[in-house]
Write a protein that binds this ligand. Structure first.
Ligand code: SF4
Length: 290
């Protein structure tokens, strides 16, 4: 149990957000086997804890298997997560694969290794899910990750594309879910710290942080400081897309648009007034000093 009442309230808040995301996107159904990818970071450890609580309380029955991939980075504390999984009473599988040596060998010194590393990791996760009979794969990405990805693609990729809460894998064998899609990173960080999760640092591989992602993160932090609730507003926008007011012919038939055709109900009013939701977030974190 969480140590304090404050932590319990934060847990309840995160559970509510996670439950809503799961329900909104129909992420977990009765009989599912969900492989929960746990890197040892705050996000994945929080995800595992919340899913465990849900499993114990949910009216439907589903199986959870925690998975950690030991990539053989120097200094990786291989004993930490298995001990944590056992303590949490969760079924788990640790997969050992020396992707660290592979990326070091293939990628020239000084270049970022993340893209090859992620590809290798993805293949191993899919294979493990198949071996274990898991039809769902749960990842610990949260709301802020999704918004950052939107801006990364916008600024550096020329695409209006974020990170979906749910997707089918390329081979069509599994569904990937992101149950923390509605959770703010700050709330997760405070929860993980309050719960004293055994966090494993994410810089063991020595790779430089993705600089572009870092820049976006700083931009959003700055925006949120000056305009509280902005990250949430952007995320809300991801759920309210109006294809007729973008410019993608594949999404909306601009060429075929006829005079007699009705525009969508939220169509062209020439000067749409933005309707922004009130800033959200766990209401009393600052006051409660978490
Ligand atoms: S930071 Fe290191 S472990 Fe993480 S994706 Fe990049 S190369 Fe892989």
């Amino acid at each position: 149990m969480p140590a304090s009442q404050t932590l319990q309230r934060l847990e309840k808040w995160l559970l509510r957000k996670t439950g809503k995301a799961i329900a909104d996107y129909n992420m977990i159904e009765a009989g599912d086997t969900v492989l929960v990818c746990v890197s040892g970071g705050k996000d994945s450890l929080t995800l595992l804890r919340l899913l465990r609580l849900m499993q114990q309380r949910a009216p439907v029955s589903f199986r959870l298997i925690a998975m950690n991939l030991d990539q053989k980075q120097p200094g990786f504390p291989a004993e930490v997560l298995p001990a944590w999984f056992e303590k949490s009473g969760v079924e788990f599988r640790v997969v050992e694969a020396d992707t660290y040596s592979v990326v070091k060998e293939k990628i020239p010194e000084g270049k970022t290794t993340c893209s090859l590393c992620s590809r290798l990791r993805r293949g191993i996760i899919y294979r493990t899910a198949k071996e274990l009979g898991a039809n769902k794969i749960a990842l610990g990405h949260h709301r802020d990750d999704m918004v950052h990805t939107l801006f990364l693609n916008l600024f550096f990729g020329g695409k209006l594309k974020a990170m979906p809460p749910k997707l089918a894998t390329d081979d069509g064998a599994h569904i990937v879910i992101r149950p923390l899609a509605y959770c703010a990173e700050n709330d997760i960080a405070r929860y993980a710290s309050g719960m004293e999760f055994p966090i494993i640092p994410c810089n063991l591989c020595g790779s430089q942080n993705n600089l572009q992602r870092q820049k976006i993160r700083e931009m959003m932090q700055d925006w949120d400081k000056r305009f509280p609730g902005r990250t949430e507003a952007v995320f809300t926008a991801l759920q309210n897309v109006v294809p007729s007011h973008l410019a993608d012919n594949a999404l909306f038939d601009f060429r075929g648009l006829k005079l007699e055709e009705q525009m969508p109900s939220d169509g062209d009013t020439l000067f749409d007034a933005p309707e922004l939701p009130l800033a959200g977030g766990f209401p009393s974190l600052v006051r409660l000093g978490i």
